[in-house]
Design a protein around this ligand. Structure first.
Ligand code: PMT
Length: 395
């Protein structure tokens, strides 16, 4: 089932480290080549020799030991891997990777890889519920890392709650399912827009909106996971683009328009961005001084990028979003028609858990043929999957 797949297993320092031996053994039995990297802390819980015997490969623990081959070890493993599996994944490794810390063999190798990475989480319940940890997990998920969630039960520390390492069988199943999953968008080119745009007023000020880019980046990541070639055109966000996407950074709506128009040679266009609809009629050369009690600025309409694409599109599947505050259905259906879309993803941005900034969204998909489907509050990654399922149905 995993014949010839190269899987790098990272073992970190938690009490569940001994269960990683079972995971390695199962992966081997399924035909994978398994390479184990242990953190120094993990060697306090279990010996490298255990993993060496089971994996039949040399186990790396020390970044600075004499190299066994002439390859730069962390780069060669990072390149060779079809998949990384961190088991158990402690709060410490999650925090380090989420913050780009690369101070040992495992973290440097993880930093250097573009292979999918799974974290099989295991820790004390209070650590698992700690908002700092939750935030780090959310950061990693946004970058496209996969989490294998822990189970609830009695933990080694005596506490009862969530944090127990998932059953080794389930951990292996998650990896098998991912590696044998059909890449349904292989050979397809997908253009995604994300984030806000900024319209300058003077050299120090601009108008913008609350878009964080999370929705668009989640779609780009999922399309990459489905094997697509992805172009991500993004306004300014605090996010790091997914590795492997062709990334084009833009500022204003006009910049986004130009970038989109230059990349129409794709199969799918998904416009999750929130471009500013208006721009200042004139941009002051100097900082506007606060001399008068009030200030009136004039704005003129920006290009409607989606509408312009809808007019000239040929074969492309065109997907828009509708960010609404009232009459969601009526407004969304109007945009669907006016912009010549295949379907539109409507979200009421006034509802808790939907729209701007958060990790979740609540959407209804309206299709040009007339059907619509509403979804409950879901993580933006899941919303992205739903959107791509709909696109794939249309191929
Ligand atoms: O980025 P996040 O924080 O994750 O938030 C996600 C989101 C709320 C931004 C996203 O879910 C969303 O609703 N995106 C569309 C925002 C928007 O501009 O909606 P709209 O109803 O104003 O525009 C309709 C469609 O036209 C959108 O696909 C938009 O990208 C597009 N548009 C709008 C204006 C413009 N000048 N050109 C466009 O192409």
């Amino acid at each position: 089932m995993l014949n010839g797949k190269n899987i790098v297993v990272g073992v970190t320092g938690g009490i569940a480290a001994y269960k990683a031996a079972d995971v390695v053994s199962r992966l081997k039995k399924l035909g994978a080549n398994v390479y184990v990297i242990m953190t120094e802390h993990s060697t306090k819980f279990i010996q490298p020799l255990t993993f060496q015997s089971i994996s039949q490969n040399y186990v790396v623990t020390d970044m600075f030991e004499d190299p066994k081959t002439w390859d730069v070890e962390h780069i060669s493993l990072a390149k060779r891997a079809d998949c990384f599996l961190i088991v158990p994944a402690t709060a410490n490794i999650v925090g380090k990777v989420a913050h780009g810390i690369a101070d040992d063999m495992l973290t440097t190798t993880l930093m250097a890889t573009v292979a999918p990475v799974f974290f099989a989480l295991a820790m004390n319940t209070k650590m698992y519920e700690n908002p700092i940890f939750k935030n780090n997990v959310a950061t990693l998920e946004r970058y496209g890392y996969h989490m294998i969630l822990p189970e609830s039960g009695r933990l080694a520390c005596g506490d009862v709650g969530a944090g127990k390492l998932a059953d080794p069988e389930h951990i292996v199943q998650a990896v098998v399912a991912y590696l044998s999953r059909e890449r349904r968008m292989t050979g397809k080119r997908v253009l995604v827009t994300a984030g806000p745009t900024r319209e300058p007023i003077d050299p120090v000020r601009y108008i913008t909106n609350h878009s964080s880019g999370k929705m668009g980046y989640a779609i780009a990541t999922e399309a990459l996971n489905e094997g697509a070639e992805v172009i991500l055109i993004s306004g300014p966000t605090g996010l790091t683009p997914p590795p492997n996407a062709t990334f084009i950074a833009v500022e204003s709506t006009q910049d986004m328009y130009d970038a989109v128009m230059a990349h129409l040679d794709v199969d799918v266009i998904i416009k999750a961005a929130a471009p500013a609809d208006y721009k200042a009629q004139s941009i002051s050369d100097q900082k506007i001084k606060k001399e008068s009690e009030d200030l009136t600025l004039s704005f003129v309409k920006n290009q409607d990028i989606l509408k312009a694409v809808g007019k000239i599109k040929t074969h492309q599947i065109l997907v828009g979003f509708a960010a609404e505050t009232t009459d969601v259905e009526a407004h969304a259906k109007k945009k669907l028609l006016e912009k010549n879309l295949d379907f539109i993803v409507a979200n009421d941005v006034t509802v808790e858990g939907a729209g701007f900034n958060g990790d979740t969204n609540i959407v209804t998909l309206f299709e040009k043929e007339g059907h619509s489907t509403s979804y409950e509050c879901l993580h933006k990654n899941e919303v992205a999957r739903i959107i791509l399922d709909k696109v794939i149905e249309r191929f």
